[in-house]
Design a binder for this molecule. Structure first.
Ligand code: UGA
Length: 377
């Protein structure tokens, strides 16, 4: 009988002779292995021909990390560049160590020299309190950072998708907002660092496309919500949910009659990918056209959270706060065959569940994958 089972030196005959104890042990190990969570979510295998090398700036952030999940599961090679100003390692921890994944602690205000086929350029603080906290850095990220990404696109021949924003329309005087509207932006107001930063990013994109033949896509992203928004994000959906969950006052800035139209993050991710893969080079609005007042959002969230003692209170209005916002998405429908599909209540429930878990969380390394299928099934 072989006694070197641990060392793996036994032949199968010896193991057989060794009697049932080794077989029992083996089957017990198999059983235990089956019970352990899989190391990584299921990733499709793509051959070299179909696999793309993709850089996602801001890939550890709220939107970026959902895009990472989607493209990783499709089987592509993903590099994330993030300076962790608002992004968090936790958002992509499910991929760390995977052979298709790389996480760089890199600030794109500095150039980055890597070989890629596509760049999703999402890096920038996006919530008003965050971008106003360091306006100079916000401008640098959107100007110098964008130049660096377009320069990378030029050098290696990569397609570059620029994440622009509905804020390029400012406090709009046209409603809903089509891409042909030039906007109504205060160039020296508190939001200017972001609004004007993104307007320059778009201008840079088209300048590089014209002068240097860089293949550029521009997505104008409207208000988006979902799991993995930062606890201190400060935007309305996460604020209202966290306030309701903790029985705190729900803070409406101003009358609450201002409107917004909110899309769930997985819808946005599909729109971004469709745009990147299309041949359409003009800006495209990506948003959900269902419009509500902020007051309505407060009561819908209050109701969905349930059992809350939170009161709703009106505080003073925010300077230059857009009074209404709703995307005209005819272009996305026509050119990308894209439109949002996740209903507000379904997305909000998913987001509430996420924040509820975050508030209860007391240890590291809990997986947090959110796929669209999980939401619609
Ligand atoms: O979520 C987004 O996608 C967008 O969020 C912000 O734009 P904003 O529409 O001002 O987003 P919020 O800060 O969520 O504010 C929405 C409305 O709710 C109000 N609000 C916000 C927070 C709060 O606690 N209470 C409250 O009433 C704001 O005054 C505003 O009228 C960013 O500036 C955009 O770049 C970003 O694309």
């Amino acid at each position: 009988t072989c006694t070197d089972v641990d060392e793996g030196y036994c032949s199968s005959d010896q193991r057989h002779e060794g009697g049932s104890s080794v077989e029992e042990l083996e089957s017990r190990i198999r059983e235990l292995e089956a019970r352990m969570p899989k190391k990584y979510p299921e990733v499709k295998f793509l051959t070299y021909k179909d696999r793309k090398r993709i850089l996602i700036t801001g890939g550890a952030g709220f939107v970026g990390s959902h895009l990472v999940d989607h493209l990783m599961m499709e089987g592509h090679e993903i590099t994330v560049a993030d300076n962790f100003f608002t992004g968090r390692k936790r958002n992509v921890e499910q991929w760390i160590g995977h052979e298709n994944f790389e996480l760089l602690n890199h600030d794109i205000v500095n150039p980055l020299f890597i070989e890629v086929d596509e760049v999703y350029h999402l890096a920038s603080p996006a919530s008003p309190p965050h971008y106003m906290f360091n306006p100079v850095k916000t401008i640098k990220t959107n100007t110098m950072g964008t130049i660096n990404m377009l320069g990378l696109g030029k050098r290696v021949g990569a397609k570059v998708l620029i994440a622009s924003t509905s804020e390029v329309y400012g406090d709009p005087e046209v409603h809903p907002q089509p891409e042909t509207y030039w906007g109504h932006v205060n160039p020296i107001g508190p939001r200017a660092c972001y609004d004007e930063g993104k307007r320059v990013a778009e201008a840079l994109g088209y300048a590089y496309a014209k002068q240097e033949n860089v293949d550029v896509r521009v997505a104008r992203i409207f208000n988006t919500y979902g799991p993995r928004m930062h606890m201190n994000d400060g935007r309305v959906v996460s604020n209202f949910i966290l306030q309701a969950l903790q029985n705190e006052t729900m803070t409406i800035y101003g009358s609450g009659k201002q409107t917004r139209s909110f899309q769930y993050v997985t819808d946005l991710v599909e729109g971004l990918i469709a745009l990147m893969r299309s041949n359409y080079t003009q800006p495209v609005n990506l948003g959900n056209p269902e419009e509500h007042t902020i007051e309505e959002f407060a009561s819908v969230i209050r109701e969905l959270v349930g059992n809350t003692k939170s009161e709703i209170e009106n505080l003073s209005p925010v300077e230059d706060d857009p009074k209404m916002r709703r995307p005209d998405i005819s272009r996305a429908k026509k050119q990308l065959k894209w439109q949002p599909t996740v209903p507000l209540k379904v997305g909000l429930e998913k987001t509430i569940e996420y924040f509820r878990r975050e508030l209860q969380r007391s240890k590291h390394s809990e997986r947090n994958i959110f796929s669209r299928d999980e939401v619609v099934s």
